[in-house]
Design a protein. Sequence first.
Length: 567
Amino acid sequence: MSVNQLSQASGAAHPPLIEQTLGDFFDAMVTRQPDHLALISAHQGIRYSYRELQAKSDQLASALLQLGLNTGDRVGIWSHNNAQWVLMQLATAKVGLILVNINPAYRVSELDYALNKVGCKALVTMTQFKTSDYIGMLRELAPELDSVGGSLQSSRLPQLKFIVWIDSPDDAQEQPGMLRFSQLLASGDANDPQVAATASTLESTDAINIQFTSGTTGFPKGATLTHRNILNNGYFIGRAMQLTPADRLCIPVPLYHCFGMVLGNLACITHGATIVYPNDGFDPLSVLQTVQDEKCTALHGVPTMFIAELDNPRFEEFDLRTLRTGIMAGSPCPTEVMKRVVEKMHLSEVTIAYGMTETSPVSCQSSTDTPLVKRVSTVGLVQPHIDIKIIDPETGAVVARGERGEFCTRGYSVMQGYWGDAEKTAEAIDREGWMHTGDLATMDDEGYVNIVGRIKDMVIRGGENIYPREIEEYLYRHAAVQDVQVVGLPDKRYGEELCAWIIVKPGQALTEQDIRDFCHGQIAHYKIPRYIQFVTEFPMTVTGKIQKFKIREVMKAQLGLSDEKTA
C-alpha cells in the first residue's frame, strides 16, 4: 500500500513558525498599527487601541513583578470574559509568569486541587457570577484571609500568597485580605525597565500557560503550554479564517478554555484584528446585539451557542450581514445547524476546528473555501507544521484511508507535558513525540478527517469535556455509595448528559436529591449527573469488566433517547 493510501498527512511547511515570545510578537504588532482598535469589551464599556492594550498590559506586568512574583511562578485566573482577563494573558506572558486557567464552574474541592497541584502563588478572581460566590468559596478554603496583613499564610493553600479581586468603578465594599485589581494595576509602571529586562531573558519554548483537562484518573491534569505552542496555533487558526486587521471577532466562548484564549484572543492578535467580548458569560441576545452594534465580521461558538442564537425569539430583529467567518467547534456540528448558520447568520465562510487542550489546541481545521459538505461531515485538513496519523490502537500500525483508528498528532503544538506528572505525560506522548488523543477517527482520500468516537469514554456536554471517571471518584467519597458508574447519554440540547448508576452500601439509603446535594457547590454544575439510577449490580463480562455500553443501552431504552443529531 502506498503512503498516500494510508491515514497519515503532514501540514504545509510555509509560512514558517513564529519563534518569538508572545510579548515580543505583540509589541511588534503594536508598532505596526498602534492606533488600531485591539479590544472591545461591550459589557464593560471598554475600548482599547493596540497601543493602549500594550500600555495597560505592561503596567500590569510591572505590578506583578512588584508583588514579588518571578519568571516561572504560577498565577491563577478564575474569571469569565472581561478586559482584565486579556490583560492578565498578555502581562504574564511578558514577564514569563505561567497563567493558570481555572474554570469558573469549579467549586471548592476542584479549586483546592487546582491551586495546590500547580502551586499558584497568586490568584485573580471574580467576586461572583449568577449563583457562584467566588469570594465565599475562597474564604471557605482560606479563612485566614480575614486576618491577612501582608501575604496570605493558609494551611489549605500553603503556596498561595496573593488574591486579587476584579473590581468595577462602583465597588465601594472592600474584601479583607485581598487586593483590588484596579489598585494592583495602578501600582505598576507602563515604562518599568524591569519588564523589558525580564522579557529579554525569555525563550519561545518557555511555559506560559497551564490549562486543566479532566483525566481518567479522576483528577484534572495541567496541560503545560509554551509561547511557541499557543502563539503559532493562534496564528494558523486565524490564517484559516483569513483574518486581517479589518476583522472584528465576537468571542462569546470562555477565555479559560483554549477556544477563547487561543482560537479567539491569539487568532486576533496574530493578525491585527479586533477582539470583541459581548458579555462575561454566554447570553445569546447580547451576542446578537454586539455583532450588530460593533459590525463584527467573525463569530465563534459551540453548536449549542449557535442554536441558542438562531432560536432566540428576537433573532430576526438583528442585522448580521457583516458576518463572514468564525469557528464552530467543541462538539460535533449537526448538519442542519451548519446550514442555518450559513444561511441565516451570513457565515458563508465559517470553519470547523478540531483539537484538544494538550495540542494548543487545534490539529485540523477547515478553511473559508472548504465545500459545505466537507465542513459538516469532517473536521477539515491537517494544520501547517503538524503531522497526523490514524493508527490501530492495538498494533500501532497506521490504518488505510477510510478505516477507523486512534487519531495521533505530532509537531510544534504538542504540550510540554502535564504539570508535575511525568507518568501521565509518558502515557499520552510516545517516545517519537506523537500525542495519542484517545479519539477514534477516519481519513478520506482527500485527507479530510472525521472524528467518529472516543476510545476513552469521555462525555462532551455542550462543548465541555467530562471524564466519567472524575465524577465516579468524587461520588465514591459519599459514605453510602458502594459502587458507581457514570456514562453519557444522548441529549438534544447539550449533545450528551451524564447518567450515574449507583449501588448503595447494605443497610444504607440514598435518594437522587442526596446525591445532587452532595455534588452541589463541590463540583461544577455540568458534572452533576442529570440521570441517577440506583441499582444492585452492573452488567459485566465474564472476566469482571463493567460493560458501560450496556448501561447506555438500558437507559436509552428506558428514557426513549436516540443518538440522532438534531438541530
